[in-house]
Design a protein around this ligand. Sequence first.
Ligand SMILES: O=C(O)COP(=O)(O)O
Ligand SMILES: [Mg+2]
Length: 218
Amino acid sequence: MPGVVFDLDGTLVHSAPDIHAAVNRALAEEGAEPFSLAEITRFIGNGVPVLIKRVLAARGETPDGHRHAEMQDRFMKHYEADPTALTSVYPGAEAALRHLHSEGWRIALCTNKPYAASRQILSNFGILDLFDAIVGGDCLPQRKPDPAPLRAAAAALTEEVVLYVGDSEVDAATAEAAGLRFALFTEGYRHAPVHDLPHHGLFSHHDELPDLLRHLLA
Ligand SMILES: O=C(O)COP(=O)(O)O
Ligand SMILES: [Mg+2]
């Protein structure tokens, strides 16, 4: 059977509200002003170190390593305390995963979110056991859009054909660099118009996903 690798934030789960809340809690510890949800959503996609860099830059800071690490630790403390309080699985995503799993597809996750929080989120939503492999943003020295994490996730599935499903320009670039066919979820945290992202298929509701993936195999 084929394999499919999923991105997490903006693809399987709408996690921006918890990321936003944790950033603002970290800032509140310093008495700093909160960011809006739209601002923080724009900073998501390249992993936590880049998120923190973007938050500090938007505040006019050019942080040294110590300052960056301090804010990242603060953010992670708040985020890991409850990464699903405000997060939801996209409508139809769990059903699509269960459908693919029951058809014998092997399933992996390749996200820039750190491994432990990613695993916790899948576990909290009762879908962790559907995944044969998880590659988080802190599992390798490289993060997406470097193809190494996606290649590692695909290799873990040991299937001849592997597809990637994601929501962002980072995911599209990663799939292209790894040489995998890419299905784009149009309702995630993308910045550019759909036609600017290289993709082989797109979907706006996860009910469409099993048929789309079968089509991409053909
Ligand atoms: O953590 C991020 O910035 C993005 O995570 P994702 O790779 O699951 O979209
Ligand atoms: Mg994403």
